[in-house]
Design a protein around this ligand. Structure first.
Ligand code: FES
Length: 322
């Protein structure tokens, strides 16, 4: 792995101003995976997330459509729904009671805070783009988002499909910058990547490693996928702040696996979580120490995947057309 194409400066991991630029130039522009939609079966079921600091949610409406909105009340810009999964009959903001229907229309407000004309579009929640790929839902804050299926075309075969059923989820919160977490996942700590061979990236996606019928793929910026005949693993990195990140891992397994193989994959998921978490936090600590010492060198030359570093640098330089 060459140094010239894979380094990022320490400030990229510890400077809050960098995170603000990333919010605008990356998280407000890209398709970001948020998880499976099978927990959103009934009208009023929702999933509320932070997309790199942009609050947003998905909700199932009365006719079965999945709708997506910014999670910002039009009264005083506070969140309408709490973070996480839940269910509501109406979307009633807990602060002053403005209430929206599942299409995002303001339908009720207490007299003390009621605007003169409830029905004006000015008070509608901001709808955003959502799309599915396999069992996963993605959100995009751009009004004119590119097609998701086109964006994922090169790595479509690594997504979970009907041949693999949902088996387990893990969620971990880390005291690390999101890029340190993605770096740890792309390096493939543990036994998973030991005998894979790197392959060149294409566009915003890459088959990072491939060996026969096993493949490990990356989709810019925050999704890492693993696929084999027995299992597929979805790893979604969710940036919370510039030093706080969550990893959501979703394991899918083939239906006819013997119990011993099911147990193997489940225990590997736990091991992998621990290794990736420890690696990401260790990276962040190293970076902090270097930044405190005034270091500006490319300290991560062997620890950040070249396609990731190249894509990040291009996005932050405003050279990427989306
Ligand atoms: S901020 Fe939502 S009702 Fe006031």
């Amino acid at each position: 792995m060459g140094q010239s194409d894979s380094h990022l400066p320490p400030a990229a991991f510890v400077d809050p101003d960098v995170f603000q630029t990333e919010r605008r130039e990356i998280f407000a522009r890209e398709w970001l995976a948020v998880g499976r939609d099978d927990g959103l079966a009934s009208a009023g079921d929702y999933l509320s997330v932070g997309l790199g600091g942009w609050p947003a949610f998905l909700i199932r409406d009365e006719v079965g459509e999945l709708r997506a909105f910014r999670n910002i009340c039009r009264h005083q810009q506070l969140p309408v729904l709490e973070n996480g999964r839940g269910h509501c009959e109406t979307m009633r903001c807990r602060y002053h009671g403005w209430t929206y229907d599942f299409a995002g229309r303001l339908v009720h407000a207490p007299p003390a805070v009621c605007p003169p004309d409830l029905e004006t579009t000015e008070y509608r929640l901001d709808a955003i783009n959502s799309a599915r790929a396999g069992p996963l839902v993605f959100l995009n804050l751009q009004p004119q988002a590119p097609r998701l299926d086109t964006a994922l075309a090169d790595i479509a075969t690594t997504l979970p499909d009907d041949g693999h059923g949902h088996a387990a989820d893990t969620v971990h919160s880390l005291a690390a910058n999101w890029k340190a977490v993605v770096g740890a996942l792309l390096d493939g700590p543990g036994s998973w990547s030991r005998d894979f061979t790197p392959r060149p990236p294409r566009g915003d996606t890459a088959i990072i490693h491939q060996d026969g019928d096993r493949a490990w793929a990356w989709h810019w910026p925050t999704l890492v996928l693993f696929r084999s005949p027995e299992a597929s693993l979805v790893q979604i990195v969710m940036p919370r702040t510039f030093t706080k990140t969550e990893i959501h891992q979703v394991l899918h397994l083939a239906a006819d696996l013997p119990a011993s193989r099911t147990q193997y994959w489940r225990s590997l998921l736990d091991t992998r979580s621990e290794l990736a978490n420890a690696d990401a936090v260790e990276r962040q600590q190293e970076i902090r120490a270097t930044a405190r010492g005034g270091g500006t060198d490319a300290i991560l030359s062997s620890r950040i995947s070249p396609p990731f570093a190249t894509r990040w640098s291009a996005a932050m330089a405003g050279r990427v057309n989306t």
